[in-house]
Design a protein around this ligand. Structure first.
Ligand SMILES: Cc1ncc(COP(=O)(O)O)c(C=O)c1O
Length: 395
């Protein structure tokens, strides 16, 4: 890890005075990718009409062509969106759900996605059913069984994270898509954390809808995400923003691309930089980087279990985690999270999320190429100091 650290840390633009253990929230971009991004922005500014008016569609098509093998799908089966939140909104907005229907999801989903479901549930009257898994999560089979206990004849959609936000778990979504298909249930997978962190082959995984971010673990600039839609559902997608692509009878493309590509004037440079981000990962042997980060993650888990009494939310990091891990901190009361978070940042300059989840306090640690064991020791020492102060003891 230290050799890798020495060679890769220098590419990242992160503040060297900060112990950065939160790649998961917004990612971080290495400078060669950032420079490519700025190159696209300069080209845009040199001749905005040529760039946006005449060539944007061609540039985007080239980028989709280049990225498609990374996602394991056809270039016309996905579109760029600014982020996974937008991808989920496009899909949820488009679904013809009624008050007779149920949407099955879990208690591990991202808050903004939960809110999107709530918004449309209030408009259309469908019911949201939430599976809760008892902790620690152990076998994938039991997980699937627990999820399926909530499937009823009214279940139209299963909506799941591929890697969960508060709990950092890789959900075995491949087991869900297969079974859902047999039972005629649509699957929507929120892969905000998946591309770049775990292998992805959308045609093999075969969800009906899948959204993801490039700006997190592919290390692309902020505002680069995608939405994949299985070809038979392209015509189901409705425009979230109505623009020139609507009602366009001369178009040679699917309405899916027409309704999602042009949303008025916007900077598409982040989308166009994604091929460079994948190139960066390839050139720097990211398979090896991922493995080393995963090993560091396992060492971190043991260390924090031993010295802080922290409890991982799942039993086996080789099954449930890649480069992110959440642990319960039993001696941190959720009401003290804001104070401990503030001190971690202000006193120790450590960037790591503490999360209240289901009445427990979790810490979510993300490891990327620029992290090393020393970062973990700093975190451990800081938490030991902060948690030993009597006001922070749990009840
Ligand atoms: C599981 C999950 N879904 C969706 C999102 C939203 O990502 P974005 O803010 O890029 O839309 C996140 C963000 O961390 C997430 O963890």
């Amino acid at each position: 890890m230290n050799n890798m650290y020495a060679s890769l840390r220098r590419f990242f633009l992160l503040d060297p005075d900060v112990t950065f253990l939160n790649h998961g929230s917004f990612g971080a971009t290495p400078h060669p990718v950032f420079e490519k991004y700025q190159e696209w922005q300069r080209l845009l500014e040199k001749e905005p009409v040529e760039f946006l008016g005449r060539r944007a569609s061609e540039f985007l098509a080239q980028a989709r062509q280049s990225i498609a093998p990374e996602l394991g799908c056809k270039p016309d089966d996905f579109t760029f969106v600014t982020n996974a939140t937008t991808g989920m909104n496009v899909v949820i907005h488009s679904l013809p759900l009624t008050s007779d229907d149920e949407v099955l999801t879990t208690n591990h989903e991202y808050g903004a996605v939960d809110k999107t479901w709530q918004f449309y549930s209030r408009q259309k009257g469908f019911k949201i059913v939430r599976a809760r898994f008892s902790l620690p999560i152990d076998s994938q089979e039991k997980w699937l069984e627990e999820l399926w206990r909530h499937v009823t004849p009214k279940t139209r959609v299963i909506s799941l994270s591929h890697i969960t936000s508060p709990t950092a778990l890789i959900f075995p979504v491949e087991k869900v898509t297969e079974r859902a298909k047999q039972e005629g249930i649509l699957t929507i997978i929120d892969g905000a954390h998946a591309p770049g962190q775990i292998p992805l082959n959308l045609e093999k995984l075969d969800p009906d809808f899948y959204t993801g971010n490039f700006h997190k673990w592919v290390c692309a600039p902020k505002g680069a995400g995608f939405l994949y839609v299985r070809s038979e559902y392209h015509s189901m997608i409705q425009p979230l923003v109505v623009s020139w692509g609507y009602d366009n009878p001369s178009s040679q493309r699917s309405t899916f691309l027409d309704y999602t590509e042009w949303w008025g004037t916007r900077d598409i440079s982040a989308f166009l930089s994604v091929p460079e981000a994948y190139h960066f990962l390839k050139v720097h042997h990211w398979d090896e980087v991922r493995q080393q980060c995963h090993q560091l993650l396992k060492d971190t888990c043991k260390e924090l279990q031993t010295y802080l009494g922290a409890e991982p939310v799942a039993t086996d990091p080789d099954i449930w985690n890649a480069q992110m891990l959440s642990l319960k901190i039993p001696n941190l009361h959720p009401k003290d999270i804001p104070e401990v978070s503030r001190k971690l940042w202000e006193t120790y300059r450590i960037e790591v999320p503490l999360i209240e989840w289901e009445g427990s306090s979790l810490i979510r640690i993300s490891l990327q190429a620029y992290n090393r064991w020393e970062d973990i020791k700093k975190l451990e020492n800081a938490l030991q100091n902060l948690l030993s102060s009597s006001s922070m003891q749990g009840e």
